[in-house]
Design a protein around this ligand. Structure first.
Ligand code: NAD
Ligand code: ZN
Length: 340
């Protein structure tokens, strides 16, 4: 089958022929229709330090997808051939304390589809049926293919009550922008989002941010004055992984504010702990998506009218994958889809 493979320990990705995966007793075989390129795939493409330490070469990568069930292991229940599915890319052990308690997103033995095991940038993917999620009929293939990053946005955004609150999102990458859309949809008052990339801030405005801030040109303190916010933000969603963005967030949080952190910083980050202590801030780390509460909420948010479609800015045929990676690398895109 055709697959996009990290075939060599150097920058790039290669379209190759690989064997069709075998289907275990508890697995589904999924015929892939659409995939999306994640920031993680860009790290792997660029072969940065993290990828060099993490990805065994060769490896079929990719974990954002939608496809159709074409084969099922003999133990599988609850699915049928022809079901349209996406899937949770974190494969959990099932036997640690958190897994046994139903807190699968906190499994300490998680492995990643397209990271530690063969991924979705291929004509076929196998995953445990447990990880698959059936997509309701009224949700398009395009949106279904980005449920994984949408889930990061939903998990982070819904970590704290946003109704009537003033929300600051640092980082208008695809995930930050989707989080802004969710925050607005569920009833936040001000949804302020920061970045240094004008293309992405424009997209964030289109999708529900009430005020965009290019932090290379404007200060958050001035924006707060303009919005007549005398006290500070109630909820912060850190979605850039950029240390200075997190420090700026701590500076403008109100006392008792709550911060959910998704962005992954490159290394240790120094912060002014006095901000956290004397303001009594609550800080929560976010990894992946809740299994499977986040997935049900994603479907319901779309069915209740959340419009995510503008986040998908480009689609390419798989044979033109290079253009897709170039577009994603340029910063002038939302989500980029590859059609199989
Ligand atoms: P992205 O890299 O596309 O977005 C980050 C954005 O931050 C970019 O648009 C960049 O221009 C912006 N930025 C740079 N400097 C800034 C500054 N000073 N202030 C504000 N913004 C600034 O990433 P993404 O795919 O949207 O993902 C967001 C973050 O979440 C990344 O750090 C990613 O690694 C992380 N992530 C974490 C998980 C998890 O499970 N914890 C899952 C997926 C992604
Ligand atoms: Zn576990």
């Amino acid at each position: 089958m055709k697959s996009l493979v990290k075939a060599k320990a150097e920058k790039g990705i290669w379209l190759q022929d690989t064997p069709k995966p075998e289907v275990g007793h508890n697995d589904l075989l999924i015929k892939i229709r659409k995939t999306a390129i994640c920031g993680t795939d860009m790290h792997i493409y660029n072969w940065d330090e993290w990828s060099q330490n993490t990805i065994p070469v060769p490896m079929v990568v990719g974990h954002e997808y939608v496809g159709e069930v074409v084969e099922m292991g003999q133990e599988v229940r609850g699915f049928e051939i022809g079901d349209r599915v996406s899937g949770e890319g974190h494969i959990t052990c099932g036997h640690c304390r958190n897994c046994r308690a139903g807190r699968r997103h906190l499994c300490r033995n998680t492995t990643g589809v397209g990271v530690n095991r063969p991924g979705a940038f291929a004509e076929y993917l196998t995953i445990p049926a447990f990880n698959a999620f059936k997509i309701p009929d009224n949700i398009s293939d395009e949106l279904a293919s980005i449920f994984d990053p949408f889930g990061n946005a939903v998990h982070t955004a819904l970590s704290f009550d946003l109704v009537g609150e003033d929300v600051l999102i640092t980082g208008a990458g695809p995930i930050g922008i989707m989080a802004a859309a969710v925050a607005r949809h569920v009833g936040a008052r001000h949804v302020v989002i920061t970045d240094i990339n004008p293309y992405r801030l424009e997209l964030a405005k289109k999708m529900g941010a009430t005020r965009t801030v290019d932090v290379s040109k404007e200060s958050l303190n001035d924006v707060m004055k303009e919005l007549k916010m005398s006290e500070g933000f109630d909820v912060g969603l850190e979605m850039s992984g950029v240390p200075v963005a997190f420090r700026e967030m701590l500076d403008v949080m109100n006392h008792g504010g709550k911060v959910a952190m998704l962005g992954i910083p490159p290394s240790d980050v120094a912060v002014d702990w006095n901000q956290i202590i004397f303001k009594g801030l609550v800080i929560k780390g976010i990894y992946g998506r809740e299994m499977f509460e986040t997935w049900y909420k994603m479907a319901s948010l779309l069915q209740s009218g959340l419009d995510l479609s503008p986040i998908i800015t480009h689609e390419f045929a798989i044979d033109d994958f290079q253009q897709g990676f170039d577009k994603m690398g340029s910063g002038e895109s939302g989500k980029v889809i590859l059609n199989w």
